[in-house]
Design a protein around this ligand. Structure first.
Ligand SMILES: Nc1ncnc2c1ncn2[C@@H]1O[C@H](COP(=O)(O)OP(=O)(O)OP(=O)(O)O)[C@@H](O)[C@H]1O
Ligand SMILES: [Mg+2]
Length: 321
């Protein structure tokens, strides 16, 4: 969350912990993430925005309300809100986002496509007649966009992201070692030794899980190479999305990319060696931006700070009431 004049005011995972008996919200963000896999049966941790779309409208709305509360937004302030959404969002989903924000207290809501916000956040010359490519590897989605003259010229979006990498690691450990590990442990393995290209292979990760045969806790050692193999399918899908987007890009703009390169954003983009791997597959230079996790929100923030000059970048707005 970014507030005009204040910068980033809140930076937490989109997770919420619910009491499934009473539907009461127990925690959100970091606190809820700590609870995943560690709660009694009736407390469930949910990601209401899994895959980049609203999977649970009620909960999303409640989460937006909580976020507004934390930011001090109430109906009284008649807040103007800008929300970043995936480019591949459908009209029905756009309505759902706008409606969720309206009910949570926003006076006026605007939507901006995430790749556009990312490009603005990365400081790319989006208004020029020149090809700029942004690859955003998020948790649930990967979006690849070529932007020129302030618009998205070609787009490829796939519902594969960094959560799928975690899931692949979980599956691998279960299959190869007969050990069950949680979602959070899988993410820790990814952060510690995950890679998309053979770089820094000197480390090993000690992993604790539950032996599926004996039911007892057990420790194993994983090496980067086997993890790379385990997540190859997901990395492949991400690279294929980049290639598919390039194939759809008009030649003049594609040519610009040889000089300008590809800009990699999103938390998933920080996976070790992913830049090298995409570069190898596309024969283009790939730059990981300075703040991959914050790039989108910083771009949206810049739109708020320069509202009148950048508002033509927005894709939709709620009806004025
Ligand atoms: N250093 C890192 N290496 C690899 N992955 C990382 C790293 N840091 C964060 N991630 C992963 O990035 C993901 C979150 O990225 P991001 O915040 O860009 O996603 P999102 O914008 O919330 O998701 P989406 O764009 O799909 O809606 C998490 O799965 C996290 O594990
Ligand atoms: Mg994202």
């Amino acid at each position: 969350m970014y507030a005009r004049g204040h910068g980033i005011i809140l930076n937490e995972p989109t997770v919420i912990a619910l009491n499934s008996r009473t539907q009461e919200v127990l925690a959100m963000g970091h606190e809820a993430w700590q609870m995943i896999g560690r709660t009694p049966g009736y407390i469930v941790a949910v990601r209401p925005l899994r895959g980049g779309a609203i999977t649970d409208f009620e909960i999303t709305q409640r989460m937006i309300r909580l976020l507004f509360q934390r930011a001090g937004v109430s109906r009284l302030y008649r807040a103007r809100v800008l929300i970043c959404v995936p480019s591949a969002i459908t009209h029905v989903e756009q309505r759902a986002v706008l409606e969720a924000a309206r009910r949570a207290g926003a006076a006026q809501t605007y939507l901006i496509e995430q790749p556009m916000a990312a490009a603005i956040g990365a400081g790319l010359p989006i208004h020029e007649p020149m090809g700029n490519m942004v690859v955003d590897v998020g948790g649930g989605t990967t979006e690849v966009a070529v932007i020129s003259l302030g618009g998205v010229v070609s787009l490829e979006a796939v519902r594969v992201g960094s959560f799928d990498v975690d899931a692949a690691i979980q599956t691998y450990v279960r299959r190869e070692y007969g050990i069950a590990i949680g979602e959070r442990t899988a993410e820790e393995i990814k952060l510690a030794i995950g890679s998309a290209y053979a770089v820094d292979d000197g480390y090993k990760a000690e992993v604790r899980g539950r032996d599926l045969m004996t039911g007892l806790p057990k420790t194993i050692l994983l090496v980067p190479e086997e993890v790379r193999g385990a997540i190859e399918e997901q990395i492949r899908a991400i690279c294929d999305a980049v290639v598919a987007c390039l194939a759809r890009t008009p030649p003049e703009l594609a040519q610009d990319l040889i000089l300008n390169g590809v800009h990699l954003v999103g938390g998933g983009g920080m996976l070790r060696g992913l830049d090298r791997r995409i570069s190898e597959e596309t024969d283009l230079p790939v730059h990981l931006v300075d703040a991959p996790l914050e790039c989108v929100v910083l771009g949206a923030g810049r739109c708020l700070e320069n509202f009148d000059s950048l508002k033509e970048m927005f894709m939709a707005r709620s009806q004025a009431r």
